[in-house]
Write a protein that binds this ligand. Structure first.
Ligand code: PMT
Length: 408
């Protein structure tokens, strides 16, 4: 867990959309990260989610509409206390009505007044029926809220509670957490990639021998996905993630391109590399593929019990190709998976592939490299040699790598 994520102060508004039933799951993620959460329920939300469940999970009282301008809480002025206390205010689900309150600065309710009074970043997750979402009034309120500086996250497409399909679903809790972490990311780094396009490769490649068998490696995609996620948090305008098959969710807002083989990865990278300001090659690309992959499943009986000899052909080196056509000003960051002579091999690869940086991990260590949640790396720059040593979760390591690349 990155240190900046813990002990943060979150005001969580829940309004009366059916997705309010997910609110206890949303607060659990913040509780796990040891954040303090003050919850405000609108009157309509109270009919959909239990205040007791939320106060138990947050270890705090839940603020209800009846607390607004009430004699009992009067001297506390809850909307001002909450607005000043918050480091971020989140509303999920945000109904069309609460979106309107935010856009118009309507302070007639506890949630509306808190939104108006806070100086903290505000993230709204509209969720509603597709026709309500598409209505010109709602879209005008979205525009207005955005011009006021609110982050309004477009609802997802899918099957809606009103038995229709379309845009209007509240994202699942992990996506909500991601936007909140982005809002809480250290302020001095939040714009460090503003306006930039970042192309990241991640995960393994698969080289098929026949339709059902392939050569691959145990890359989970975590390191590359963490690099992409951190670039997004730093305000990169475009994050393009070219990924081999993995089982983890991509960061929100990345353009995700799924590939399997090294040849496909090469093709997709070359299509997009020219417009990239930064290229991060964290994928574990197979160096070899079957020289003649079979169209039909290879049958054991065909071989009559003898050893099977596989002829392998060399794959193109994607990062070397990208390095050879690097436009002026582009920065290429390679990764090196080493089991011996880490430093020597990393220095050799940085020169041979025309890289600006290489991140070398000792993949023979139990807590580093493939599959695990953590990593231990040395970063070398083509200009100045060793640029840093980092260890921690892949998320922390990714943040440290970007710090070094951006000269912090
Ligand atoms: O995905 P995880 O489970 O989180 O694991 C992370 C990781 C160990 C996969 C990652 O940290 C890592 O080290 N990735 C690079 C793995 C690798 O292929 O290293 P290499 O030393 O073989 O290659 C050096 C560089 O050349 C890499 O940037 C690689 O992407 C690139 N390459 C390699 C071969 C090839 N045919 N084309 C390439 O572009």
């Amino acid at each position: 867990m990155s240190r900046w994520k813990t002990d943060r102060r979150i005001v969580y508004g829940v309004s009366g959309g059916i997705a309010a039933y997910k609110a206890p799951l949303v607060v659990r993620g913040w509780a796990k990260a040891k954040c303090d959460v003050e919850t405000i329920l609108t009157e309509a939300a109270e009919t959909l989610v239990s205040p007791l469940a939320l106060s138990t999970l947050t270890n705090r009282r839940v603020w209800r509409e009846r607390d607004f301008l009430s004699v009992e809480c009067g001297w506390e002025i809850p909307h001002i206390t909450l607005a000043d206390w918050a480091e971020v205010v989140v509303v999920a689900p945000c109904t069309a009505n609460v979106l309107r309150l935010a856009a118009q600065g309507d302070s007639a309710t506890l949630l509306g007044a808190t939104l108006l009074a806070t100086r903290a970043p505000v993230v709204l997750f509209p969720a509603m029926n597709v026709h309500m979402w598409e209505h010109a009034t709602t879209q005008a309120n979205v525009e207005k809220a955005r011009t006021l500086g609110y982050e309004v996250v477009r609802p997802e497409e899918g099957f809606l509670a009103c038995n229709t399909s379309g845009t209007g679903r509240m994202p699942d809790p992990p996506v909500i957490w991601e936007y909140v972490w982005k809002a809480l990311y250290p302020a001095d780094k939040r714009s460090s990639l503003a306006g930039k396009t970042v192309l990241v490769t991640a995960g393994p490649t698969r080289e098929y021998l026949d339709p059902v068998r392939f050569i691959s490696n145990p890359s989970s995609g975590r390191m590359g996905y963490a690099m992409a996620r951190d670039a997004w948090r730093r305000g990169a305008e475009n994050v393009i993630l070219v990924t081999g098959p993995v089982e983890i969710p991509p960061p929100p807002c990345a353009e995700v391109v799924h590939v399997e083989s090294a040849a496909q990865m090469m093709e997709e990278c070359l299509k997009r590399s020219e417009r990239a300001d930064f290229i991060v090659k964290a994928a574990a690309v197979g160096d070899y593929r079957a020289a003649e992959p079979r169209d039909q499943k290879l049958k054991r009986a065909e071989n009559g019990g003898a050893n099977l000899w596989l002829e392998l052909a060399e794959n193109p080196d994607i990062v070397r190709e990208l390095g050879s056509r690097k436009p002026q000003g582009q920065v290429i960051i390679g990764f090196a998976a080493e089991t011996q002579d880490l430093e020597e091999n990393a220095r050799r690869k940085i020169a041979a592939k025309n890289l600006d940086f290489i991140v070398a991990n000792d993949v023979s260590a139990e807590d580093a490299g493939f599959g695990v949640e953590t990593n231990r790396v040395k970063i070398f720059s083509s200009a100045a040699g060793l640029a840093g040593e980092l260890e921690g979760t892949k998320e922390e390591v990714a943040e440290g790598i970007w710090d070094r690349i951006l000269g912090r």
